[in-house]
Design a protein around this ligand. Sequence first.
Ligand code: ATP
Length: 268
Amino acid sequence: MKIPKSHPRYTSLMLREKLVKGWREGIVVPEGLIAHGRGEAFDYVLGETTSAPALVAERAAAAFLLRARRPVISVNGNVAALAPRQVVRFAKTVSAGIEVNLFHRTETRMRRIVRTLRAAGATHVLGLHPNARIPRLESRRALSSREGIFGADVVVVPLEDGDRTEALVRMGKTVISVDLNPLSRTSQRATIPVVDELTRALPNMERFARDLRSDPDEIGRLMKSYRKSENMKALFAFLDWRLRGLREGPKVVRGTPRRPRRIRSPGD
Ligand code: ATP
């Protein structure tokens, strides 16, 4: 379908088109389309822009990845359909491995996703030949590679489910999630939850990593100062401000203003 650039929902519709194409090519499963819808709903409320707290989490995530000994980015069908080039570029910037991990795993689908990532520039993609299992995780999602996710110290899990996030955290890994739903078990369990849309979050984290690469002091400072609870508190405050804006009038409905307007309390 040809979508004119002037369409007010152009970006969102283009992402849908990518997912539908991915579904036609056997990369995305129907359940993935539904999961995307859940993300879209949250993005609507968030204003379809990266919030300030998400930027803070993205910068911290970049710092942890740059300091990691064995960082790995986990890729599923939706991620491969939406952002294969961004994944590859980001992995190169932070010297991370890439491993495909699927909830609905079939060998054909695995091979198609690996092919997509290779076409996007990846030289080495793990996942086709798992040689380990993530402990206490049912199903084929537990399959992993010792040289990849199983042996990693920092793992990026975009659009993940809560069980696997929890299992990876239990293994002692630093888990960076990308999930628009701040209430998901993934966001709740991850070490660094990035509550942002995937195709915005990946380039943001890549840009931060590029900037930070030559600044070890700042990397150390970010790793020390990041607090998940404070970051999530700030995110919920942002959401609260968005919802109040929606309730009180159209002025603050879309986008993120430079400085949040002060909302009058009933006692003012
Ligand atoms: P959990 O098990 O963590 O509670 P869930 O059951 O919602 O989460 P999934 O069904 O696997 O897990 O959904 C994946 C998550 O990814 C959803 O919470 C959704 O908000 C989020 N999501 C979907 N598309 C995107 C996207 N493009 N960018 C960021 N997040 C997204």
